[in-house]
Design a protein. Structure first.
Length: 258
């Protein structure tokens, strides 16, 4: 097997949450290009169908399932649909998430709880559903939790809920890796993007002052593109990363090197 063959996902099934827009679309296309069949999950079904068309254009099988990751029943249903229609699952990309900016002395506790419920609890519930499926099938798998550098560093933007949720993802990544890798063969890692062009970062990139302040923290002096996360994603998802678990792979243009 060549080094390039180790990045192949041929014959495997991958689940991508938050696949209706932004990074989730890029992740689904990348996994499909590597050979995987894809189960897409998100709340916006109409947008999911657009992603499904892109995956199928690459010659892969694909299903789109309305999924709210904050509901554990939806998480179980997404994994069950993937198994029923595509076969045993091998890869989970926990990408679903929302942002929220608010000064902490004014933030409604319900808004804080909503962000944590979707970003952190939702990722955990999806990992549980996926992990149970892998254990039942008697094989290992790979979970890639999409975190953020904001789980590691602070910025001037008041976003305590988002920061807390992403820091929590780094924590459960380590814990699940210790629980599942040795006994179950399920590798668990985090992909940690910096400031990447996406729907979620448009509030920064479309604001000249905010963009200038953000770029001052990034040694490369530019934002990243979604395509620049793909190599790291495939490393963690495929056999090329077979000795990587419990790790957080940062792709941030040097932001956290300060």
């Amino acid at each position: 097997m060549s080094v390039f063959d180790r990045f192949s996902l041929e014959g495997r099934v991958a689940i991508v949450t938050g696949a209706s827009s932004g990074l989730g679309v890029s992740f689904a296309e990348a996994l499909a290009a590597a050979g995987a069949d894809i189960a897409l999950g998100a709340r916006r079904v109409d947008r999911l169908e657009e992603t499904r068309g892109k995956v199928e254009a690459l010659g892969r099988r694909c299903i789109a399932v309305a999924t709210d990751v904050s509901d554990p029943a939806d998480c179980d249903a997404l994994v069950a649909a993937a198994r029923d229609q595509l076969g045993d699952v091998h890869v989970l990309v926990n990408n679903a998430g929302v942002g929220h900016v608010a000064p902490s002395h004014k933030e409604d506790p319900a808004d804080f709880a909503r962000v944590v419920q979707i970003n952190l609890v939702g990722s955990y519930q999806m990992a549980q559903a996926f992990g149970r499926a892998c254990i039942a099938a008697g094989h290992g798998g790979s979970i890639v939790n999409v975190a953020s550098v904001l789980g590691m560093v602070a910025t001037s933007a008041p976003q305590a809920a988002y920061v807390a949720s992403k820091a929590g993802i780094l924590g459960i990544t380590r814990d699940l890796a210790l629980q599942w890798t040795q006994r179950r063969g399920i590798r668990v890692n985090a992909l940690v993007p910096g400031l990447i062009h996406s729907d979620m970062t448009a509030g920064i990139t479309d604001n000249e002052a905010a963009a200038e302040q953000a770029l001052a923290e990034i040694p490369m002096k530019r934002l990243g593109d979604a395509d620049e996360l793909v190599g790291a994603l495939l490393l963690l998802a495929s056999d090329a990363g077979s000795y990587i678990t419990g790790s957080s792979l940062v792709v941030d243009g040097g932001w956290t090197a300060h």
